[in-house]
Design a protein around this ligand. Sequence first.
Ligand code: ATP
Length: 376
Amino acid sequence: MSAGKGDIKLDGLVKRYGEVVAVNGIDLDVPGGEFFTMLGPSGCGKTTTLRLIAGFERPDEGEILLDGVDMSRTPPHRRNVNTVFQSYALFPHKTVEENVGFGLRYQKVSKADAARRVGEAMELVRLGGLGHRKPGQLSGGQQQRVALARALVLEPPVLLLDEPLGALDARLRIDLQVELKRIQETLEVTFIYVTHDQDEALTMSDRVAVMRNGNIEQCGPPQELYEEPSTAFVANFLGASNLVPVQAAADGAGGAQLTLGNFTLVAAECAGDLRGDALAMIRPERVRLEPHGTTGENRMPGMVEEVVYLGFHQDVRVRLATGALIRVDVPNDGDAIEYEQGNAVSVHLPPRYLRVLETDEPAPTDQPDAAPAEVS
Ligand code: ATP
């Protein structure tokens, strides 16, 4: 259903608002047909980047290329991209069908072709049968589907989506995430998707760019970002992580020796040449709790300080003898030991799951129970 390949390239893109540098020199290559997500906290420059691609803003520096052609000076309506916003902005007095077909009025399309394309777009977003309703007679999720169909019917090679699920409740968001991915794969349209919701980014994207202060902090497939975050900011923004200050020294074999109080830990891998102050990072689901007194490599004694029951798993917070607080995700699989406040345990941080990162401010997290480990 799309025309053109839909390759997007950003080259040295800069946008300033007075003193504020909203976009600070972004370079990016998005191949046609990719589901690409820009993820980051409020104010990091996601929406501005999207608006620059859409043409609603002019860059101060840099180029925006669509299929190799610079379009940074092309007005929005002449760009071969379409945008879906969080607010659906539907015409309330027009029917669903009329809303979906509205943009086709400005294309040279016969009535028969227009009707066919509207029908196809509505089937694609599973709105068949609702064509004669008015937007006010639809749920929020259905209205967002209309907005999506209205953009897709124009067959753009690139679709820009700015928090399109932001106004929907959690359950509906999950359903629509799956739908959006299906639609994107069916049409092979380039999706550039903006969100501050990590689950959304992980679920749907081929690649994710984690943004911070107008820059891309790290860009890669979701699994790579989750398993191999290159900074504390990324580690904390995507999922929960334990970040423990340590002293690092290279072990000469590609890994590192980490000193934490009186304990020495081993990390199997250590990117770069980190020495001195560093952060040891491990995901809560990769930490193992073992019976009190268990000793050996990367094992430290600790005391259970708090247990949060979360249904499918328990979030067990353990205070290490060194003072650091470690979160441990214990699956509720029926066989797991029940932990209680005050239990003495041994905490095992397997070397292959321990990453060594530069000391840095971790990302803010909006989950009150997802605080990083701290040393008291
Ligand atoms: P959010 O998730 O809250 O939408 P965002 O990551 O999309 O945030 P942007 O909207 O791109 O962030 O804003 C980036 C920075 O630019 C912020 O500091 C913001 O205050 C500033 N900014 C954005 N638009 C304008 C504007 N029209 N005038 C002045 N400053 C702006």
